[in-house]
Design a binder for this molecule. Structure first.
Ligand code: AMP
Ligand code: MN
Ligand code: MN
Ligand code: MN
Length: 273
């Protein structure tokens, strides 16, 4: 059985529309798919959750938040998109995302790149503007050679277009997920450049406010990392999740449904549903 519990559509920064992503999941042999767009559940408005499909679809979200001023992501799996909590959460995040986009544009302007907001907005469906849309716009206008350069030069942590401290707090996003009937999972713990002791501290804080699981597998990764994360997951008594973090076909880190399986020591998050 293939469970891919982390991927994106055009409702955030993915390149495939929800129905196209679902078709790709079916073609790729995925049995259960959680769509986890950044701070929105709009994909589920476009899909029929009650229809019987070759792929079991799990409503989900990837919330942006911060921990000790570091940007971190929390996946909410098996949430009710129409719940009051999800409505409140996505509405709040949409508003701060919009404010952040304005600030990013202002900062880029100071860095010599004027008028980037309209260009980024034109690339974002659903008015859900993210840094990848700014990155693509900078590529389109020839300011940088590629997306990687855009993050390296302008949009990554600590760069001129990086805006912090805008998102809902960690306890708040976990509360929204739990109130919407979902399971809160720390996304891609290896992506935050934390020391081991800092990661353990993050997981303690995460658990203390209701976090229930962590991604032991995020896309292609080395067996040593999988062993490490599985040990940490077990040590902290957390449920284990796995996913590709798929954004577009041909991305370097993983195709949809293509990643190592969870080690036997893990308690898979889907057994909890
Ligand atoms: P945002 O939600 O606006 O903060 O944008 C975060 C998204 O940007 C991530 O989910 C990735 O899809 C993308 N991203 C972050 N860092 C990089 C990078 N260095 N290169 C390419 N894409 C990145
Ligand atoms: Mn993304
Ligand atoms: Mn993420
Ligand atoms: Mn993601």
């Amino acid at each position: 059985m293939i469970f891919d519990l982390h991927c994106h559509t055009t409702c955030s920064d993915g390149s495939l529309a929800p129905a196209q992503l679902l078709q790709l999941a079916a073609d790729s042999g995925v049995d259960t798919l959680a769509i986890t767009d950044h701070d929105t559940t709009a994909a589920f408005d476009q899909l029929d959750l009650s229809a019987s499909q070759p792929v079991q679809l799990i409503p989900a979200i990837e919330f942006s938040t911060t921990w000790r001023k570091i940007g971190v992501h929390v996946v909410g799996l098996n949430i009710k998109p129409d719940s009051d909590a999800m409505r409140a959460g996505t509405h709040f995040q949409h508003r701060v995302r919009q404010q952040r986009a304005e600030q990013i544009a202002e900062k880029l302007c100071h860095a010599g790149l004027p008028d980037t907001l309209a260009g980024a907005a034109a690339l974002a469906d659903n008015d859900n503007i993210g840094r990848p849309h700014f990155a693509q716009h900078l590529v389109n206008i020839g300011a940088v050679a590629n997306i990687r350069q855009a993050f390296k030069k302008y949009l990554g942590a600590g760069k001129p277009g990086d805006v912090k401290q805008f998102w809902a707090t960690l306890p708040q996003v976990i509360q929204w997920i739990r109130d919407a009937g979902g399971t809160a999972v720390l996304a891609h713990p290896d992506k935050y450049n934390l020391t081991r002791s800092k990661l353990l501290a993050l997981l303690d804080d995460f658990s203390a406010v209701g976090g229930q699981g962590m991604e032991v597998i995020s896309g292609k990764q080395l067996p040593q990392l999988t062993r490490d994360l599985a040990d940490i997951c077990q040590q902290k008594g957390l449920l284990a999740s796995c996913g590709s973090d798929f954004h577009q076909p041909g991305q370097p880190w993983a195709e949809l449904g293509h990643f190592p399986t969870l080690p036997d020591s893990c308690q898979p998050v889907w057994n909890h549903w």
